[in-house]
Design a protein around this ligand. Sequence first.
Ligand code: HEM
Length: 142
Amino acid sequence: MLLSLTGLWAVWKFHDERKIDHLYTLHSWLGLSCIIFFSLQWATGFWTFWYPGGSRSGRAFLLPWHVFFGVFIYVLAIATSVTGLLEKSIFMQSAKMIGRFSTEAILMNSLGMLLVLLSTLVILAIVSPGTSRIDTYRGSSE
Ligand code: HEM
């Protein structure tokens, strides 16, 4: 949370100083939505699961939504980062600061690919049942 707010402050200040419009790209819309959803998720989690803490039934009701929004916000953060890398690379190529196959462009493409690979493994880990849960399903069907 602290890092995302620092990042937002830094990019906002940079836009103000260079007199660049705010929030004109898809990346910036995705990023702002991501920060808003993450803040709501954080505040709701803190309020109900930590302090002052909700009732047992209230927490049981919220848990599946907490899990769903956790995955959703994670995917949104990956999409934001990939579009951020994409637009930065295109901006720099259009300004002739870097070439299409320059080391910088290849580094940014590789970072994007690694983010997609990482998120695929994370989502796989979340949805795969795991041995203990498979045993539970087997037990209940037999
Ligand atoms: C989850 C991660 C990220 C979030 C939440 C995020 C959020 C944002 C937001 C809200 C803005 C708009 C600022 C304004 O309009 O004043 C922005 C701008 C920008 N971001 Fe990101 N960003 C993220 C990752 C990245 C990454 C990985 C890059 C790649 C280097 C990047 C590059 C940029 C650039 C070049 C801008 C200025 C152009 C624009 O407004 O789209 N961002 N970001």
